[in-house]
Design a binder for this molecule. Structure first.
Ligand SMILES: Cc1ncc(COP(=O)(O)O)c(C=O)c1O
Length: 475
């Protein structure tokens, strides 16, 4: 038996409560399957072809389209990452400009690189205390498109990892007024819009292209995702051409069957499953209301994330985002304490921890999380003081990401790089939004932030792993 399989089995048997992806939550009471070796095939007769679907796969994708109310839907087996790459490429040509939120996933930055795109950024406000991104507003998109009429595409991430949903209807109206398509990276929102109590999804709110990771929040295997297309600003042929570039020519039938089973489950049992899930979340909130030292973002009286402020149009109730800063704990410290209680969170950021729930979490998971939080609800140290900036400022651009990365480079000490054009991405984790990307000029604000983050012990990520003590710049 391989080492990895052994480790997976040990993990399965360790009694850990998985407050993380995948969305099926390894709930084997709800979902069963026979030995996968007996089912795994490639495109044999009668099983269609994902890249030219007319039969069984076409019918499966049409069922997914019907569930989401989409005109065209494609199964993706390389995650939302390949959907973002294909969607951006379908809307742009080499050297075009796009208007994109800065808090996008690296697949968007990869799309900028591959297509040598110029990016004009929308910078969402910072949620006070949590140092997480708020929402993108229609007004900022309108202003961005007026300032950059050459933009060929608008891209936003909604919901964010933390569950902040932007006003996609308003953003779509602004984009369409300028004749520009809107791509929403809804990787974290495949479960939205399918039941009462959850915000609408981006298809319902009028986005042209929507990418969803089915595996993140719904019962389907890791890597499964969907790409939806609506409206007539983008041609389905252009999307299919790009998918044929970015997606495997041997898509796994097990993964595709898992998406189809998920769609059937939602179609046949979704209403009851979401209603029961909503009740479990509600009961959890009743427990969380009693917490005094831990804060739950946007719920239970927390004021850091109010609807209508900081671009927050709606909040995804499935994401439980906790801060223990009042109790003197950082996000990673809180995560460690949860792990000691055998609860594995989705991620820990500087000021918070995300516990990801899904409709496949049994009551027991919520009870274990509530019990663990109750046990941790006391002061550990002096409260941490919030020093997050009110807004993120960006360095000036002088080249595209592609131009900078393709140039000759030299690695300098950070202080000596002032004024030079950066050749690499540096980001603070948290919040994961790049401080600088290739083609941007190293400035005093960037160097200052690097110093501040280093002093605060925030991990800075660059390709050499030297906490941004050095910067790779264009020679
Ligand atoms: C906002 C966002 N978009 C896209 C992706 C890529 O999704 P996938 O892992 O399905 O490729 C991620 C992954 O974490 C993400 O957070």
């Amino acid at each position: 038996m391989g080492e990895l399989l052994e480790a997976l089995r040990r993990n399965r048997d360790a009694g850990i409560c998985p407050m993380h992806m995948p969305g099926h939550k390894r709930n084997t009471a709800l979902f069963q399957m026979e030995n996968p070796y007996g089912l795994d095939i490639t495109e044999v007769e009668g099983f269609d072809n994902l890249h030219d679907a007319h039969g069984i796969l076409r019918r499966a994708m049409d069922r997914a389209a019907a569930l989401y109310g989409s005109a065209h839907t494609w199964f993706l087996v390389n995650g939302s990452s390949c959907g973002v790459l294909a969607a951006v490429a379908a809307c742009t040509h080499w050297g075009d400009t796009i208007l994109t939120a800065r808090n996008c996933h690296k697949s968007l930055y990869n799309a900028l690189y591959v297509n040598n795109l110029h990016a004009q950024y929308l910078t969402p406000p910072v949620l006070p205390g949590f140092e997480a991104a708020g929402g993108v507003t229609p007004q900022s998109v309108e202003e961005g498109l007026r300032a950059h009429p050459e933009a060929k595409l608008v891209v936003v991430t909604s919901p964010t990892y933390e569950g902040v949903v932007s006003d996609i209807s308003g953003i779509a109206r602004a984009a369409h007024t300028h004749g520009v398509p809107l791509l929403v990276d809804e990787a974290h929102g495949a479960h939205l819009g399918l039941a009462e109590g959850f915000p609408q999804n981006a298809v319902q709110m009028g986005a042209d292209l929507v990418v969803q990771s089915v595996h993140k929040t719904l019962p389907a295997f890791t890597q499964t995702a969907l790409l939806h297309l609506n409206g007539d600003l983008v041609s389905p042929r252009a999307v299919e051409r790009q998918l044929s570039l970015y997606e495997s020519s041997s898509p796994s039938y097990l993964l595709m069957a898992s998406i189809d089973s998920c769609v059937s489950f939602l179609t046949e049992q979704g209403r009851e499953a979401f209603a029961a899930y909503g009740d479990r979340l509600h009961r959890f909130d009743e427990q969380a209301e009693k917490l005094r030292w831990l804060r739950l973002m946007g719920r239970c009286g927390d004021k850091s994330c109010r609807l209508g402020e900081n671009g927050v149009f709606a909040l995804d109730p499935s994401k439980l985002v906790f801060s223990a800063s009042k109790a003197g704990l950082s996000g990673p410290q809180l995560a460690e304490k949860l792990r000691e209680a055998k609860i594995e969170p989705e991620m820990a950021s500087r000021e918070y921890v995300i516990a990801m729930t899904s409709l496949c979490d049994p009551e027991e998971h919520f009870r274990r999380l509530a019990d663990a939080l109750r046990a941790l609800d006391h002061p550990f140290a002096a409260p941490r003081c919030a020093d997050s900036p009110a807004a993120w400022t960006l360095p000036a651009q002088s080249m595209t990401i592609r131009e900078a990365e393709d140039s000759e480079g030299t690695v300098l000490r950070a202080a000596d790089a002032l004024g030079r054009v950066c050749r690499e991405t540096v980001f603070a984790y948290p919040p994961g939004i790049p401080l600088i990307v290739p083609g941007e000029r190293v400035d005093g604000v960037f160097l200052d932030r690097v110093r501040r983050y280093r002093t605060a012990g925030v991990s800075l990520v660059n390709p050499r792993g030297d906490a941004a003590e050095t910067v790779d710049v264009v020679r």
